[in-house]
Write a protein that binds this ligand. Structure first.
Ligand code: PEP
Ligand code: CO
Length: 448
């Protein structure tokens, strides 16, 4: 069957809401497809070539942000704080890995969530599950939970507002490496790891000044920092509406995000999501978890990256600290025997979710770190390069994951638990994670 932005509609699509009125969905998709794109094909191609370099071991990918963005959190401080923590982490990673870091946010479109059940029952009343702000609203009333196509337009607008602000901040020098003090979050003074971070900032400042003295000028290339956007391209009508052809380039681009990914629950070889993704020209990521088999992965490699295009495919594995040692090696072998080049990335969040005794979803800092450390080691032994990390994090001072230098315990979680979906690392935990990864990489580079 020939591919088109709508050809997914002939395949079984999991994780889609049932809208009360299909005609209205069609109307909204029509409107969305007339609106200007959020990102451009040349940005997408530039990211693809950077990801190709990461796959070849010359760069490192840092991807992170909320599990789900909320429309009500589309506000300046939340967005700026997210950029700040990603910038700080990337600075630490540049320092430790001696590689240029590609920064990709889970933002400007991360509004749709896969759910384990289609409905939720409370006090005898059954309503559709909350599937993210792009689909329905969270309060437990029939009106709020009924999927509303208009929310796709609201989501597109929020994504545009978010991206506009991010582009403005970056053009204005917010991300200038000469001024890492602009990125300071309140914690720098209080964090148990503050001194370590400050040392890195100073040493990077010194290297930059040294290079500029040698070159006799501002080092423009280094000085400029880019951010790219990514989200789980889960809600296919929204993605379809933003899939376009552009002048003077071949193929079709998803212009709603630079780097969309396929979630673990929507990776069926014969399903609608894989059909949609096979036809777009963007670099894409595929989440792989414990249920992924070598045969299934082999099939996905053929369909999603038939020509072994550099930078096209990132495999983001998320097994859990207790499963990665068993699950990852056979899948590395599958990729090696396919002789395709992929970028390997570790998401140490989604395989490590647990519930506390009072039912809150949490993740432990130690499990997250353990999965990451094992990932580095397994790849090193297999002769492959772990070239990226993918986190759920926020620049805010939330209490959702336990552990970290401040020793958050289960009893602390209720203090500032904000996520409606998965628990995120708070800014201190996120920065600490970057410092610990850096230490690990440095140790490996020394042959330890
Ligand atoms: C996510 O990244 O929020 C997610 C749902 O991931 P996965 O598909 O890996 O479970
Ligand atoms: Co999540």
């Amino acid at each position: 069957m020939p591919w088109s932005p709508a050809s997914w509609q002939c395949k079984p699509a999991t994780q889609q809401p049932s809208y009360p009125c299909q005609a209205e969905v069609q109307r909204v998709v029509g409107q969305l497809s007339m609106l200007p794109p959020l990102v451009t094909s040349w940005e997408i191609e530039s990211l693809k070539s950077q990801l190709a370099e990461a796959a070849a071991g010359r760069r490192f990918l840092l991807q992170g942000g909320d599990c789900a963005e909320r429309f009500e959190e589309c506000e300046s401080s939340v967005i700026a704080d997210k950029l700040k923590i990603l910038l700080q982490m990337s600075l630490v990673l540049v320092h430790g890995t001696h590689k240029r870091v590609i920064r990709v946010g889970r933002f400007a479109g991360q509004y749709a969530k896969p759910r384990s059940a289609d409905t939720e029952t409370r006090d005898g009343q059954t309503l559709p599950s909350y599937r993210g702000d792009l689909i329905n609203s969270i309060s437990f009333t029939e009106a709020d939970r009924t999927p509303d196509p208009q929310l796709m337009l609201r989501g597109y607008e929020r994504a545009a507002l978010t991206l506009n602000f991010i582009r403005g901040l970056i053009d204005g020098g917010f991300a200038d490496l000469h001024h890492p003090e602009y990125w300071d979050l309140g914690f720098v003074k209080h964090s148990p790891r503050a001194a370590e971070y400050q040392r890195i900032v100073e040493s990077i400042g010194e290297s930059l000044r040294f290079m500029e003295t040698l070159a006799g000028t501002h080092v423009g290339e280094i000085n400029r920092v880019d951010f790219y956007t990514s989200h789980d391209a889960l809600h296919l009508p929204y993605e379809q509406a933003q899939t376009r052809q552009v002048p003077r380039r071949e193929g079709w681009y998803n212009l709603a995000a630079h780097f969309p990914w396929i979630g673990m629950r929507t990776a069926d070889l014969d399903g609608a999501h894989v059909e949609y993704f096979r036809g777009i020209a963007n670099p894409i990521a595929l989440k792989i978890g414990p249920s992924m088999t070598p045969k299934w992965l082999g099939g996905l490699l053929d369909v999603l990256d038939p020509n072994d295009e550099p930078g096209r495919l990132t495999l983001t594995h998320r097994f859990g600290a207790d499963k990665i040692a068993r699950c990852l090696p056979p899948l590395i072998e599958t990729v090696q025997s396919s002789s395709k080049t992929v970028l390997w990335c570790c998401d140490p969040m989604h395989g490590n979710t647990q519930r506390t005794s009072n039912g809150l979803k949490t993740r432990s800092f130690d499990d997250i770190l353990s999965e990451l450390e094992q990932a580095f080691e397994i790849h090193q032994q297999a002769g492959t390069y772990l070239g990226g990390v993918h986190f759920e994090l926020t620049g805010e001072n939330v209490t959702e994951c336990v552990g970290g230098a401040r020793g958050l315990a289960e009893a602390d979680l209720s203090r500032a638990y904000k996520s409606q979906v998965d628990p995120r690392l708070n800014y201190e935990q996120a920065l600490e994670m970057a410092l610990l990864i850096t230490r690990r990489v440095a140790q490996m580079n020394r042959g330890g």
